[in-house]
Write a protein of this length. Structure first.
Ligand code: RP5
Length: 161
C-alpha cells in the first residue's frame, strides 16, 4: 500500500503537523513521521530526499517554520510530489516568512503549499493524491466530502428567522 512521509523541521512543529497525521489515520493511510531539519541535519535531509521514493513513499508532507527550507530542499532532491506546510513557529516573524519560503519555488521544482498551519489540508491532499490510483481511498474521500456537505446543511437548520 502507498505510504506518506511526514517530516518536519523540529519536534516543536508536531502540534501543527498532528492534524496531517489525524487525517491520514482517518483515511487509514500508512505513514511514517520523522524530524528532518534543513539547517541542523542537512545530511539527513539529503539522504531522506534522495531515497524516499525507494522506501515505499508516494507523497511527502513537509512542515517547517521561519526560514523554512525543508519542503523546497526535499522537492529539489525527490521525484515525489511534495506538500509544504508553513508553520507559524516561535522563530517566525508573523508566519509570512514561512509561507513565502515554501510557496515561492522556482520553476521546475514545485511544492504544493497549503495555508499557514494548514496541516489538515496537507493530510487530505496527500490522501487525494493516493486516492487517484486507489479506489478504496477514493471512496473514503468521497464519503468525507459528503459528510462535510451534510454538516453545513445541518448547521443551516434552525437559522430560519
Ligand atoms: C524551523 O525552525 C522548524 O521547522 C521550526 O518551525 C522552527 C523552530 O525550531 P525549534 O527552535 O523550535 O527547534 O526550522
Amino acid at each position: 500500500m502507498s505510504k506518506v512521509g511526514i517530516i518536519m523541521g523540529s519536534k516543536s512543529d508536531l502540534p501543527v503537523m498532528q492534524e496531517a497525521i489525524d487525517m491520514l489515520n482517518h483515511f487509514k493511510i500508512d505513514f511514517e513521521v520523522d524530524i528532518v531539519s534543513a539547517h541542523r541535519t542537512p545530511e539527513k535531509l539529503f539522504d531522506y530526499g534522495k531515497h524516499a521514493h525507494t522506501r515505499g513513499f508516494s507523497v511527502i508532507i513537509a512542515g517547517a517554520g521561519g526560514a523554512a527550507h525543508l519542503p523546497g530542499m526535499i522537492a529539489s532532491l525527490s521525484p515525489l510530489p511534495i506538500i509544504g506546510v508553513p508553520v507559524k513557529s516561535t522563530n517566525s516573524i508573523d508566519g509570512w516568512d514561512s509561507i513565502l519560503s515554501i510557496l515561492q519555488m522556482p520553476g521546475g521544482v514545485p511544492v504544493a503549499t497549503v495555508a499557514l498551519n494548514g496541516a489538515k489540508n496537507a493530510g487530505i491532499l496527500a490522501a487525494q493524491i493516493i486516492g487517484s490510483s486507489d479506489p478504496q481511498v477514493m471512496d473514503k474521500i468521497i464519503a468525507y466530502k459528503e459528510d462535510l456537505k451534510a454538516k453545513v446543511i445541518d448547521s443551516a437548520k434552525g437559522l430560519e428567522y
